[in-house]
Design a protein around this ligand. Structure first.
Ligand code: ATP
Length: 328
């Protein structure tokens, strides 16, 4: 098990991480999400031993992971870290980068493993190409293969698909996370993108201003977001007083409603003036105004600006949200 034990950290005087306590069982996939600057990369660097913490400890089973004040060369043999700058060797070939950390004394094993990884990242045809001739996305894939080469027990991935086009991203995510699950690798992925974690993470940790504000399964977090910050990580969301949509509800509670959960209806207490429509492919996202506040909802067609529409929410959505949301 990986244990981040009540860690506090600051680069200068301002705290960047405060009282981070996280236990990750062997083989579990954890996604760390949160807005830019909330401390995701810093947390991964601490786990890898690149930064010296102010307070707290990090353990892998019974071994303490020591920071740079104790380890001249950071990093542990069982752990790999894929940072946002890929740290590849620009003038050498793809295959040489992938096999960089493999033993040259076992040439057959090195060759087989390199081929296997090139297949996973779908760059077999580029084996002999120099890194400097690759696109940013291709370089990121090589960097990914390189950290996998030595079969780490713990893998720390910082925005692993940020440079990769959507065309490849989906198959790469499936290949990679499927492979890591099968090999029982413990994985911590820092990401902004809910597509990286909804289908793949066992647990999602939400960071805000350097603190863990939620930790749950992706499904629970998505279905019961406890505030707009968490809901906003999954898409456009609104906070609505429940009694305006269901007049019989004698409550002033407000619930979170995702844009896709609204339906335009004949009549409801929620009358919205349309501001503009944004084409999203399969639907439009409409920005409207209710009592001076923006409200976002999906609709199958664009709507004329200044048009008035009524919005409704299914009773199932209301019940789902009311079960868990505190007042306010
Ligand atoms: N080397 C550094 N020196 C000083 N402050 C830093 C340094 N690196 C990061 N910070 C600050 O620490 C905070 C957390 O940064 P961090 O990179 O961990 O956030 P993040 O959540 O990974 O952001 P992003 O999603 O944009 O990569 C930010 O306020 C950032 O400005």
């Amino acid at each position: 098990m990986l244990h981040v034990d009540h860690v506090f950290f600051s680069y200068d005087k301002t705290p960047v991480l405060e009282d981070i306590d996280l236990k990750v069982p062997k083989g579990e996939h954890v996604s760390v999400i949160g807005e830019s600057g909330c401390g995701k990369s810093t947390l991964l660097k601490i786990i890898y031993g690149l930064l010296h913490v102010d307070k707290g400890n990090v353990y892998w089973d019974d071994t303490q992971i020591l920071g740079p004040n104790y380890n001249l060369v950071p990093g542990e043999p069982y752990m790999k870290y894929l940072s946002q700058d890929f740290d590849l060797m620009p003038f050498t070939k793809v295959e040489e980068n992938v096999s960089q950390f493999l033993s040259v004394f076992e040439p057959e094993r090195l060759k087989k493993r390199t081929q296997e990884l090139l297949e996973m990242i779908e760059l077999t045809d580029f084996a002999k190409v120099k890194i400097k001739h690759l696109s940013g996305g291709q370089q990121q894939r090589v960097a990914l293969a390189r950290v996998l080469a030595e079969r780490p027990q713990v893998l720390l991935l910082d925005e692993p698909f940020s440079h990769i086009d959507n065309f490849r991203k989906n198959s790469l995510r499936r290949n990679l996370f499927g492979y890591l699950k099968e090999k029982e690798v413990t994985v911590i992925t820092a990401t902004h993108d809910h597509h990286d974690m909804l289908p793949f993470a066992d647990t999602v940790v939400v960071l805000k201003d350097g603190k863990i504000i939620a930790k749950d399964t992706p499904k629970n977090l998505f279905e019961h977001p406890k505030d707009l910050y968490i809901a906003g990580l999954f898409g456009e969301a609104n906070k609505i007083p429940i009694n305006i949509v269901k007049t019989y509800a004698d409550t002033k509670r407000r619930i979170i409603v995702y844009a896709h959960e609204f339906r335009v209806s004949q009549k409801s207490g929620l009358e919205v003036e349309v501001l503009r429509s944004f084409y999203q492919g399969g639907h439009y996202m409409i920005e409207g105004i209710y009592e001076g506040q923006s409200i976002y909802f999906n609709h199958h067609t664009a709507l004329e600006p200044h048009m008035k529409v009524f919005l409704n929410i299914s009773i199932e959505t209301i019940n789902q949200r009311l079960n868990l949301l505190p007042d306010g």
